[in-house]
Design a protein around this ligand. Structure first.
Ligand code: KG4
Ligand code: ZN
Length: 345
């Protein structure tokens, strides 16, 4: 029997989980510093890394306790080693290295994006090959997934991520961070109608671009005298209808963009049997519903993880870390800090 402890600290969630390939996920503990970050309208890297330092020991202990186990009974420690905020990654990575060294456990570095790609496989047996649409605050990409060891990037965002579009536009209207959930709530109050017809970009490419969407919303608000560009102030704070209409139109627009990309992928990759929709934005029930509908029409299966495995979590790291450690050679530098990329994902 193998037990894997997964540790994730690439952005603002301090997370740990225990996975057993026979029994599944035994625990999944997440501390999010969202409430601390919220007043700043986004993630402050220094605040995130300090919070990881404070929380990591407690979170790892809780994951072991909830799984009814202890470090001695763990065989492998899987830890996110890239990409992410360097200061945040460093906390999880150093912690994992220290416990692996002191308890003589195998240590494996896991790519955070691969954690997301396979997160839908934790609860579902998805037939390969499948298309994975990953959408979160740090990345938006579409992959052709052939197996647990093999996948290809088909397209990715050339600028902002989809979650970032929700967060930035929400910030324009002075909503708290993260923007996705509140935009979804306001959009549902407006019955998910498209009032503003924001632009759907790059329909013939599998790449994404969301920064133009933010600019389009900004200039539309300026034209409606709802935003004072000079002082960076949203001036229609009390106009709930406008907030609902902007939120609804934005959500419908992003769902349309995803539908366009999947339709194009279905044309180009006829052998795929299923679609997985993962990452923080996959918590959005409206988008999930629309993508599910599209898959039904195109005779594809549709999968999306439950919300606890959509946002950043240790379970996805333990899960794919386990597969990778059992199935392939792990390069000696898989946990080398020098490999840290200086960007956010
Ligand atoms: O995966 P995640 O926790 O962190 C990253 O790896 O980035 O995703 C966070 C992102 C945020 O941008 C947030 O606004 C978005 O996921 N999000 C949502 C919803 N819940 C979270 N976006 C749309 N609708 C939601 N219900
Ligand atoms: Zn993530």
């Amino acid at each position: 029997m193998t037990k894997v402890l997964g540790i994730e600290s690439s952005c603002d969630e301090t997370a740990a989980a225990v996975y057993d390939p026979k029994e599944g996920i035994l625990s999944n503990v997440i501390f999010s510093s969202i409430e601390l970050q919220s007043p700043f309208g986004g993630v402050v890297p220094e605040l995130a890394s300090r919070t990881h330092l404070e929380k990591i020991r407690f979170i790892v202990d809780s994951a072991l306790k909830n799984a009814n186990t202890n470090l001695d009974k763990i065989d492998i420690i899987a830890v996110t080693n890239k990409p992410g905020l360097p200061g945040s990654l460093l906390v999880g990575l150093s912690f994992a290295k220290a416990i692996a060294w002191s308890k003589k456990k195998r240590l494996i570095g896991v790519n955070h994006l691969e954690g997301h790609i396979y997160s839908a496989c934790i609860e579902h047996k998805i037939p390969f090959p499948f298309i994975c649409l990953t959408a979160s605050g740090g990345h938006t990409a579409i992959y052709y997934v052939e197996s647990y060891d093999n996948y290809q990037l088909l397209g990715h965002t050339l600028d902002d991520a989809a979650g970032e579009a929700f967060d930035k536009i929400s910030k324009l209207m002075h909503f708290p961070y993260p923007g996705g959930p509140i935009i979804e709530k306001l959009a549902s109050e407006a019955n998910f109608q498209d009032f503003m017809h924001y632009p759907r970009s790059m329909p013939h490419s599998l790449d994404f671009s969301f920064s133009g969407l933010k600019t389009a919303v900004l200039y539309d608000l300026i034209n409606r005298s709802a935003y004072d560009l000079k002082n960076k102030v949203f001036t229609r704070e009390k106009d709930i209808h406008l907030k609902q209409q902007v939120s609804s139109s934005l959500l419908v627009c992003i769902a349309d963009i995803f539908k366009q990309k999947l339709t194009l992928a279905f044309k180009q990759y006829k052998n795929i049997q299923a679609v997985a929709f993962v990452g923080g934005v996959a918590c959005n029930k409206y988008i999930k519903h629309k993508l599910h509908e599209l898959c039904l029409k195109n005779n594809k299966l549709f999968f999306s993880p439950s919300p606890q495995y959509c946002t950043d979590n240790g379970a996805m790291i333990a899960f794919i870390g386990c597969h990778q450690s059992l199935n392939k050679e792990i390069p000696a530098d898989s946990c080398d800090l020098l490999n840290l990329r200086l960007d956010i994902d």
